[in-house]
Write a protein that binds this ligand. Structure first.
Ligand code: AKG
Length: 289
């Protein structure tokens, strides 16, 4: 578990750099479970994957992983990570998308250094670090030439089109920071920071899981919603993360920190506010004619 000082430090890195490397986020036993479950899904789709590769696909996303194994659901709200997610996104956090990715040896499939959200309207991205945040999870050691993530630290503060003309040449810049993850590591980033996957020049397929988080009021992709939501009836936290509506609660008002009954002091404070409101409104009513 991260201490509160660790969390503040990670949040500072996230806010200043736009990304943060989380070495050893998954314990070895969990890493092993994830690798085993991922490989089972991969085997189940091997024919479709081989066909896609023959047809020139540079990567494949295995479908419906939240239904494939409970470990993929457990990764959504890892107790070790959830406090950092809540700090970086906010209490209205919800899962927005998942991908279980195979990146074949060859050139990258991503654009050169790019923001995922530069074309999203209605947001001042340079000042909104928490609109959409991505978590890449690795469960196999990567070699430095195996399609690693690379970032331009601090570029999430640029206005959207600022670096566009230079994007293809940025790869040679000394500003670039590449993360070479080991099994169990994760990388959390603001989707507006300039980033890319580099070419996979190794002979090995790169495997990873990508969980994207946004806000409850945003539309989620189908990949972020398990098909059997009834099994989360007793978990308000997972219901929020999977976008399940709560009767009587506006989709703008969903918050993880108000899921349970309010603490006694809060209840007393609310009662006091109601009494004061009633008393004041009685005393300001216009006299009856
Ligand atoms: O490394 C990947 O799979 C994709 C990297 C990327 O551009 C992204 O996650 O937005």
């Amino acid at each position: 578990m991260y201490s509160s000082n660790d969390l503040l430090d990670l949040k500072l890195q996230f806010d200043t750099q736009g990304f943060v490397h989380l070495p050893g986020l998954l314990e070895p036993a969990l890493t092993h479970r994830v690798r085993r479950a991922f490989n089972a899904v991969r085997d189940a789709h091997s024919a479709a994957t081989a066909q896609a590769r023959r047809q020139g696909a540079r990567f494949v996303d295995l479908p419906a992983i939240l239904d494939a194994d409970p470990v993929f659901v457990d990764l959504v709200d890892l107790p070790v990570l959830l406090p950092l997610l809540r700090m970086t996104i906010g209490e209205d956090i919800a899962l927005s998308e998942t991908s279980a990715r195979l990146f074949f040896p060859g050139p990258t499939f991503t654009s050169p250094f790019h923001s995922d959200v530069a074309r999203v309207l209605g947001v001042n991205h340079a000042h909104t670090p928490n609109l959409l945040v991505k978590l890449h999870i690795f469960f196999e050691d990567l070699a430095p030439d195996q399609g690693c993530l690379a970032f331009i630290p601090g570029s999430q503060h640029f206005p959207p089109m600022h670096v566009d003309p230079h994007r293809p040449t940025l790869a040679r810049s000394s500003a670039v920071q590449r993360i070479v993850p080991r099994a169990g590591d994760a990388v959390l980033f603001n989707t507006h920071v300039l980033h890319m996957a580099e070419d996979n020049r190794s002979a090995e397929i790169r495997t990873s899981l990508i969980y994207t988080y946004g806000h409850f009021w945003m539309k989620s992709s189908a990949s972020a919603v398990p098909s059997d939501l009834a099994r989360f009836a007793n978990s308000p936290q997972r219901q929020q993360l999977f976008g399940v509506d709560l009767p009587g609660v506006s989709h703008f008002s969903r918050r993880l920190d108000t899921l349970g009954p309010p603490p006694p002091l809060k209840q007393l404070q609310r009662l006091g506010e109601r009494v004061a409101h009633r008393f004041l409104s009685l005393n300001t009513l216009p006299p009856r004619a």
